[in-house]
Design a protein. Structure first.
Length: 283
C-alpha cells in the first residue's frame, strides 16, 4: 500500500491556518464624524449654547446692561462702527500687525530652532538665554520697546514677533533632535549636507511638529496683539478693547472679544489647511 504523505506542520502553516479560520476584519465604518458638515455643526453647538445662555441671562435680568449687554446690543455696536467705516479699519490694522509679526517671529524661530536642534554647540550657547527670555511676560517688554522704538508700528510688531518666536523655536528645536539618524546618514551618503540637508530631509521629516509650533505661534501672536496695541495705539481691536473699557462701552468691549476669537479661529483654520497640504506633500 502506498502511504499518504502529509505536509509537515510548521509554525507558518499553523499561523496561516489560524488566520484562515478567523473572519476577515471588517473595514471601520465611517461614522457621523467623518462628514465635514456634521463636524462643523457639532463644533457650533457650544457657541450656540453660550449665545442662548447669554440671551437668557440678559433677558432674565441676571446682569445689568452695563455688566452684560444683550447680543442684539453688541450687534448694533458692530453695525454702528461698520457704518462709520471704523470697524473695517480696526480689523485690517490688527490683522496686518499680527501677520507681519507672526511671519517675522516664525521665520526667526525656524532659524534659531534649527540651529539649536542640530548643533550641540548652538544648544549650549543659545538655549539657556532663550529659555530665560521665554519666561518674561509680554507686558514687561512694553516700556522697553517704547524706550527703544518709540510708539510707532515697529514697537508693536516687534512685541508680536517676540510672542510668535518662542513656540516655533521650541517645537522645531525639540523635533529636529529626534529625526531618524539613519535617514540623515542616508541623505549624507547621497551628498546632501548643510542647508540642503536641512531643507530636503530634516525639516520635511518634522513637518507636523513645525506646523504645531506655527499654530501655537499664531495664537500667541493674537494674544500679544492686545499688549502691543496698548503702546499708544489709535486703531486696532486691542485699542477698541481698552478704549471701550475706559469709556464704559461694554457692548463694544464684547464686540472686540468676539472679533478677536472669530478672526483668530479663521487664521488658524487657514494655517490648518496649509498644514494638511504640507503633510501630504512632505510627510
Amino acid at each position: 500500500m502506498t502511504r499518504l504523505e502529509t505536509p509537515a506542520l510548521t509554525g507558518n502553516n499553523v499561523a496561516d491556518g489560524r488566520a484562515a479560520a478567523l473572519p476577515a476584519p471588517s473595514a471601520p465604518r465611517a461614522g457621523i464624524l467623518a462628514n465635514r458638515w456634521a463636524r462643523l455643526l457639532l463644533g457650533l453647538l457650544i457657541p450656540a449654547a453660550v449665545l442662548a445662555a447669554w440671551q437668557l441671562a440678559t433677558a432674565a435680568g441676571v446682569f445689568s446692561v452695563v455688566q452684560l449687554p444683550p447680543p442684539a446690543m453688541v450687534l448694533e455696536a458692530g453695525l454702528d462702527l461698520l457704518q462709520r467705516g471704523q470697524l473695517g479699519q480696526h480689523i485690517a490694522i490688527s490683522t496686518q500687525r499680527v501677520l507681519i509679526g507672526f511671519a517675522a517671529g516664525a521665520a526667526l524661530g525656524l532659524v534659531f530652532g534649527s540651529l539649536v536642534g542640530l548643533s550641540r554647540f548652538a544648544d549650549a550657547l543659545l538655549a539657556p538665554t532663550i529659555g530665560a527670555l521665554r519666561a518674561v511676560p509680554s507686558l514687561a517688554w512694553v516700556p522697553l520697546l517704547i524706550l527703544w522704538m518709540k510708539i510707532g508700528e515697529d514697537s508693536k510688531i516687534t512685541l508680536i514677533l517676540i510672542g510668535a518666536f518662542f513656540p516655533v523655536f521650541t517645537t522645531v528645536s525639540l523635533a529636529l533632535r529626534h529625526v531618524d539618524r539613519n535617514l540623515v546618514e542616508a541623505a549624507r551618503a547621497f551628498g546632501l549636507k548643510g542647508v540642503k540637508l536641512l531643507t530636503t530631509v530634516q525639516l520635511p521629516a518634522v513637518v507636523p511638529a513645525v506646523f504645531s509650533g506655527l499654530r501655537l505661534a499664531l495664537a500667541q501672536a493674537w494674544l500679544f496683539l492686545v499688549a502691543a496695541e496698548l503702546i499708544a495705539s489709535s486703531m486696532g481691536l486691542g485699542f477698541l478693547l481698552t478704549d471701550s473699557q475706559n469709556n464704559g462701552r461694554t457692548d463694544r468691549l464684547l464686540l472686540a472679544i468676539v472679533l478677536l476669537s472669530v478672526i483668530g479661529k479663521i487664521t488658524d483654520a487657514l494655517l490648518g489647511l496649509a498644514e494638511k497640504w504640507a503633510v501630504k506633500r512632505w510627510a
